[in-house]
Design a protein around this ligand. Structure first.
Ligand SMILES: C[S@@+](CC[C@H](N)C(=O)[O-])C[C@H]1O[C@@H](n2cnc3c(N)ncnc32)[C@H](O)[C@@H]1O
Length: 206
């Protein structure tokens, strides 16, 4: 791995400064990232009046797609990186002015403020970074309205990325989601670049 690539890898977990902006540019423009984002949102299929929450929204590409799917709802993006919130704010400025998009610097703990009100929660290449994955799915379950959907997409990018690695990660999500009370849990696969992406979907029982 080149020196530049080695310096960039941690920027995908907590982007900051100039290198963080380079990572953010890649997140928003890499064709496989864009396709993965579109696919995730298609799978979780927001209703026009849903309140949609994205954890780890990065530079806001997926959130702009989600906002276009909820013309009478709201799209909320949360990221712990100030650099990403600044990039997402530039991309989404117009929608933020209309009140249809809100951005917050924070973590999954932000979910605690939404008790039973969210229609959809989704993320792409974020949940693998969380220290307490079962805790995240419990928070998400509490934040969703009954019948609300969750999607967790993962595509391994570093450290010998393989389909088997993606599948092992997906299985830890399946277990944590079942323990948190989700139903209709299933895995979907997207054959993309050299390693596929997996999305684990579930629903809060009505
Ligand atoms: C690999 S990037 C993916 C960005 C975007 N979802 C995409 O698919 O292009 C991971 C993002 O999650 C954010 N992130 C990582 N851990 C987080 C946490 N605990 N809470 C909020 N954001 C987090 C990072 O700052 C980064 O923007």
């Amino acid at each position: 791995m080149s020196l530049l690539a080695r310096a960039l890898v941690p920027q995908f977990q907590r982007p900051r400064g100039l290198l963080g902006r380079v990572a953010g540019f890649m997140m928003a423009n890499r064709p496989s990232n864009r396709r993965r984002s579109r696919w995730t949102i298609d799978l979780v299929d927001p209703k026009p009046d849903d309140t949609v929450f994205e954890l780890g929204c990065g530079p806001g590409y997926a959130l702009s797609l989600a906002a276009s799917r909820v013309p009478s709802g709201t799209a909320i993006g949360v990221d712990h990186s100030a650099t990403m919130i600044a990039m997402a704010s530039s991309r989404l400025r117009r929608l933020m002015k209309t009140g249809r998009v809100s951005l917050y610097q924070g973590t999954e703990q932000r979910l605690a403020g939404f008790a039973g009100t969210l229609g959809v929660i989704y993320s792409a290449n974020v949940v693998q970074f969380l220290a307490d994955r079962p805790g995240y799915f419990r928070l998400a379950h509490d934040a969703l309205a009954t019948g609300g959907r969750i999607a967790t997409t993962y595509q391994p990018r570093t450290g010998n990325p393989t389909r088997a690695k993606a599948d092992r990660f997906a299985d830890t999500c399946v277990t944590a989601m079942a323990a948190a009370g989700f139903e209709a849990i299933n895995k979907e696969w997207l054959e993309i670049s050299d390693v596929p992406a997996v999305c684990v979907l579930g629903r809060k029982p009505a």
